[in-house]
Design a protein around this ligand. Structure first.
Ligand SMILES: Cc1cc2nc3c(=O)[nH]c(=O)nc-3n(C[C@H](O)[C@H](O)[C@H](O)COP(=O)(O)OP(=O)(O)OC[C@H]3O[C@@H](n4cnc5c(N)ncnc54)[C@H](O)[C@@H]3O)c2cc1C
Length: 385
């Protein structure tokens, strides 16, 4: 399609929709962006509250591997608009980025709002039109091509509510059911523990699930566990629960001490100290870790080797993911085989789909935003060919 004078409708003013709008407007298309919320990119702004981890600095191959089964499908887009390109694009909007200690990339401002403001100014200069408070219900907008960038199904109040699923299914397009990812999980705390420790971080632990061990931290929630370490394992935890009804997470509260050293420390005379004070003084365990260990009634009467095993391999049973509304992102969406290599729907000519609404998932670390931006940049060039 030659682009000059072509009209393009983009539904969804999140990162994917806005990036597609920029690329197509730059190449001479007349672009209109529709969104059902009264203002754009509400989820991007929400991500900004957490510092806006926009991409990652690791090697490209490692980066690509984070997308699991969807990696090869996403490869052309990610090669076309790489993490370096995204950082240069941010800098072009006046938002320099930096690499944090974990290799994650953030804007120096740690926010999304200055980036979004500068971006909207650029889109205005390019002549992009916006129509807000407009919910797309499958109607033909009368454009030469339409790009759907409707997002997944988490945090529906920010606009991406997944209601578009029925519209595409009516066209015979396969949709993989949504599942929460990068989410917390339910566990049965005692009311006393939940009351006392909800919100407390559990730091400097290792978490193991299905043979994968991470040195990390997590957060206690009233109903379970969440936070970075849990998000990183969320795909395998979720799939394990779906397959077996529960997932067994193993926590090592003292990963830097050998079992022998722990054993030696615990053998120090306890004197008049309570059992929890003894754990605190000998192993420097935080109150939340001691509280969690004591969720196991009878901990204090365990023989020493079993006590050491509890501290280094505490089994925590998780029974369900937290609701999708609270997840950072969702797996599921348009099955990838429904799209050609230009992100056009095979069963709906001139209709393209990009971003989180496709069936792929990735951990936190900037991978979600990078892939959404990259798909959008790629589709811009593909419509332009
Ligand atoms: C709390 C939180 C923190 C996050 N932090 C990070 C992070 O640090 N790094 C990272 O990489 N990712 C992060 N993410 C994920 C990231 O924000 C999303 O993956 C990304 O926004 C997806 O972009 P998108 O453009 O595909 O969809 P969205 O940003 O969800 O945008 C979709 C848009 O489509 C509109 N829409 C939906 N249906 C319709 C309809 N029928 N008609 C009209 N408009 C419609 C919505 O209103 C919305 O504006 C975070 C998410 C959350 C919730």
């Amino acid at each position: 399609m030659s682009t000059i004078g072509k009209t393009i409708a983009i539904i969804g003013a999140g990162p994917a929709g806005l990036m597609a709008a920029e690329k197509l407007a730059e190449s001479g298309c007349a672009v209109t962006v529709y969104d059902q919320r009264p203002s754009p990119a509400r989820k991007l702004l929400m991500a900004g509250i957490g510092g806006l981890n926009i991409t990652h600095s690791e090697s490209f191959d490692l980066f690509l591997s984070r997308y699991g089964e969807a990696a090869e499908f996403l490869r052309p887009a990610l090669e076309y608009f790489t993490p370096e390109d995204l950082r240069a694009w941010c800098a072009g909007l006046g938002e320099e980025t930096f690499v944090g200690s974990s290799g994650r990339v953030f804007p120096k401002s740690f926010k999304a709002s200055p980036l979004l403001r500068a971006w909207l100014r650029r889109l205005d200069t390019l002549g992009v039109r916006f129509v807000f408070s407009h919910t797309w219900r499958g109607e033909d907008i009368g454009s030469d091509a339409t790009i759907l960038a409707l997002g997944g199904a988490s945090w529906p109040r920010l606009g991406s509510d997944g209601h578009w699923v029925n519209i595409l299914q009516e066209k015979g397009i396969a949709i993989t059911p949504f599942r929460p990812t990068n989410c917390g999980f339910v566990t049965a705390w005692s009311p006393i523990f939940a009351e006392k420790f909800a919100g407390a971080p559990v730091k400097s632990v290792t978490l193991t699930h299905q043979g994968r061990t991470l040195a990390t931290e997590f957060l206690i929630d009233k109903h379970g566990v969440e936070g970075s370490g849990i998000y990183a394992l969320s795909k395998s935890l979720r799939d394990d629960i779906a397959a077996t009804g529960h997932a067994r997470l193993t926590i090592n509260f003292k990963p830097d001490l050998s079992p022998e050293k722990i054993c030696d420390a615990l053998q120090k005379p306890r004197g008049r100290d309570s059992f929890s004070n003894h754990l605190r003084k000998t192993l420097h365990l935080a109150p939340v870790a001691i509280g969690l260990l004591q969720e196991d009634r009878g901990l204090s009467s365990l023989p020493l080797p079993e006590l050491v095993a509890r501290i280094t391999a505490y089994p925590l049973t998780l029974t369900a993911p937290f609701p999708m509304e609270k997840a950072i992102s969702t797996a599921g969406g348009i099955a990838l085989h429904e799209l050609d290599s230009t992100f056009q729907l095979k069963k709906w000519p001139h209709m393209y789909a990009i971003g989180e609404m496709l069936d792929w998932e990735a951990p936190t670390g900037g991978y979600l935003l990078q892939a959404s931006f990259s798909m959008a940049a790629w589709v811009g060039t593909q419509i332009n060919r």
